[in-house]
Design a protein around this ligand. Structure first.
Ligand code: MEV
Length: 323
């Protein structure tokens, strides 16, 4: 095989970011969009010191060559992913080992925006490299390889982003037990980009500092309770109650110092326009806010988008859940 394709999904956290790092459950869903990569062997181009990987993602204006920029975090992540794959094969070297592979493709989610872009990239790379080697990778092997890349980007991530980027769908994620699929009721989300990039590692470090790493910190406990109320709301297919839990979660995330004035304003505008609930999603400190609307409520979704777009912000809509 001389070329192969891999896909990883983006994700949106409805409830439980940051608290999930401390062992609380999070409710999250994969986005229909993500990252698609084609891996192609570059015949004749032998890596001078082992495997050479290049990555081009035009929509993120990202071009990396592990030989030219070995210290670049994306280079290090790609090398970590490849090394973890080979480790999983018991050191049995794949066809591309010691050669050169070009990864190129498309990304349909914003980078560094709280939508799991790095996990989607890592999963797409792991799948594409695995397929290029002609090896069947189960989800556990994809998660192991992609997590090696995510650790380069984020230190010690909970694993939520990689789990959803791999499996798609929706579910409840816990650090110990992983992702348990949970069908969502049909719902609409408006997603808006605050315009500011953010660093997951910096925001996770801020929460650790504010809580002194104490799982029993009142704000983390409140986040855990908001998630529990949200899960009951999902079971009862009660979207207003889910929205109320999202509003409460945003308040606790703000109290932990991971919201911004712009994210607070976006949530207030969305609620003012009639959203059932609104919150930041992902690590915060920038990135995206989400607003919950009933399925098919296109006039309401359009009003929220208009309120955000008037502030010059990018928006998009998604419908999740199966009814
Ligand atoms: C990042 O998408 C969500 C955080 O909870 C970090 C993590 O789960 O690793 C902030």
């Amino acid at each position: 095989m001389t070329s192969a394709v891999g896909v990883g999904f983006g994700k949106v956290i409805l409830l439980g970011e940051h608290a999930v790092v401390y062992g609380y459950p999070a409710l999250a869903a994969a986005l229909p969009q993500g990252v698609t990569l084609v891996a192609a062997l570059q015949p004749g181009d032998r890596g001078a010191h082992g495997l050479r990987l290049t990555l081009e993602l035009e929509s993120w204006r990202l071009a990396v060559d592990t030989a030219a920029l070995p210290e670049h975090p994306v280079s290090q992540a790609l090398c970590a992913i490849a090394a973890e794959l080979v480790k999983g094969w018991g050191g049995d070297a794949p066809s591309w080992s010691g050669g050169a592979v070009r990864l190129h493709g498309t990304a349909e989610i914003w980078p560094s925006a709280g939508l799991g872009s790095s996990a989607a990239l890592a999963v797409a790379a792991a799948r594409a490299l695995g397929a290029l080697a002609g090896r069947a990778l189960d989800d556990a092997a994809v998660r192991a390889a992609a997590s090696a890349g995510e650790r380069v980007f984020h230190g010690q991530p909970s694993g939520l982003d990689v789990a959803l980027a791999t499996s798609g769908g929706a579910g409840v994620f816990e650090r110990q037990g992983g992702l348990v699929p949970l069908p969502l009721p049909r719902l609409g989300l408006v997603i808006g980009h605050s315009g500011a990039p953010r660093s997951t590692a910096a925001m996770v470090a801020r929460v650790a500092e504010r809580t002194a790493g104490d799982r029993d910190d009142v704000r983390l406990r409140e986040l855990g309770q908001a998630t529990a109320r949200g899960l009951s709301a999902v079971a009862a297919r009660d979207l207003p109650a889910l929205g109320a839990a999202m509003d409460a979660a945003h308040g606790q995330l703000a109290a932990l110092g991971v919201s911004t004035d712009r994210l607070d304003e976006m949530c207030a505008l969305a609620r003012g326009a009639g959203a059932l609930g609104a919150k930041l999603t992902g690590a915060g400190g920038g990135g995206c806010a989400i607003a919950l609307v009933p399925p098919g409520a296109s006039a309401l979704a359009a009003a929220i988008e208009a309120a955000w777009q008037l502030r010059g912000l990018d928006t998009r809509r998604v419908e999740l859940g199966a009814g």
